[in-house]
Write a protein that binds this ligand. Structure first.
Ligand SMILES: [Fe+2]
Length: 289
């Protein structure tokens, strides 16, 4: 039985996720989805293994102590390290394809587990304006294993605008448009979450607006059964949360069911909008994730 998925466009204030089959003690994570590149997430230790034709940096690990300040309960127990990140990975033969277009792919694994009553998640942020074109740049996520929710809202000011929690599993793609505040949340404490993201090489993060409100407009909590329980953040004007499946991104050259790496290397110029968002200006107007 899979997780209950809300129908497209349906608004719910709770989501229900059933526990998947566990694979305890495995060093390599069993992936049901193959991202089209020989990079394997590992859990013990947390990190990535690069295939012989791949490049990637030394993996960065984030210790629990280094994120305590951002937690509701800074004294809580939780996985340590909390996550592993490798920015700029790919196949050697594609290296120039990325650098010529000022793009990179980063991969992240969140450890299984919970941070007190919170799921493992990133800190909410907005992408900083590109030094080349002044645009906040978008981000194209692809879930490799586990279950994710990309939480996003139009603005990081008192009225957050439209708020979405986009649920995605292995092989699903989610796009965060320019200027939107967002965070990535592991929706299942029973398993690690691994995702890739195509983004601008000159990526930078703005945290001030989100921090000034103590987080994004909705807080994800985990109940005893390991299901997400959404609470509104009273620091913002009240806006409903639309919990949904990933939208139709065909206007942004995304074809569902094909690994992002393959889509990108088949037609890399179709993704220039990630570093040059002005090339997709119509897609950003009234964007629905
Ligand atoms: Fe981001």
């Amino acid at each position: 039985m899979g997780p209950r998925r809300p129908r497209r466009g349906e608004v719910k204030h709770a989501i229900h996720i059933t526990s998947p089959v566990r694979a305890p003690g495995l060093q390599k994570m069993a992936m049901t989805f193959h991202p089209g590149i020989d990079i394997k997430p590992t859990t013990n230790p947390l990190g990535f293994e690069y295939g012989p034709d791949c490049f990637g940096p030394e993996v960065e690990l984030r210790a629990l102590d280094s994120i305590r300040k951002s937690l509701r309960n800074p004294e809580c127990d939780g996985p340590d390290p909390v996550y592993a990140i490798a920015m700029d990975v790919g196949r050697e033969k594609d290296r120039e394809t990325f650098t010529d277009r000022n793009l990179l792919i980063g991969v992240v694994t969140y450890a299984a587990g919970r941070l007190g009553d919170e799921p493992v998640r990133s800190q909410g942020h907005v992408h900083a304006p590109s030094p080349r074109n002044g645009w906040s740049t978008p981000e194209v996520y692809e879930i490799w294993s586990g279950r994710a929710v990309i939480l996003m809202q139009e603005f990081d000011r008192d009225d957050p605008g439209r708020c979405y929690a986009v649920e995605a599993g292995p092989g699903e793609i989610v796009i965060v448009p320019p200027n939107w505040a967002h965070a990535t949340i592991s929706a299942d404490p029973e398993q690690p979450l691994t995702f890739g993201a195509l983004c601008d090489r000159d990526y930078g993060f703005l945290y001030d607006g989100v921090r000034a409100h103590g987080g994004l407009a909705w807080f994800p909590l985990l109940d005893q059964r390991g299901e997400l329980d959404w609470r509104p953040n009273p620091a913002y004007k009240e806006r409903s949360l639309d919990i949904k499946a990933p939208g139709d991104y065909s206007a942004l050259s995304i074809r569902p069911g094909i690994p992002l790496y393959r889509q990108f290397t088949d037609n890399p110029d179709a993704y220039r909008y990630v570093a040059e968002p002005a090339q997709a200006v119509e897609a950003w107007e009234d964007f629905t994730p």
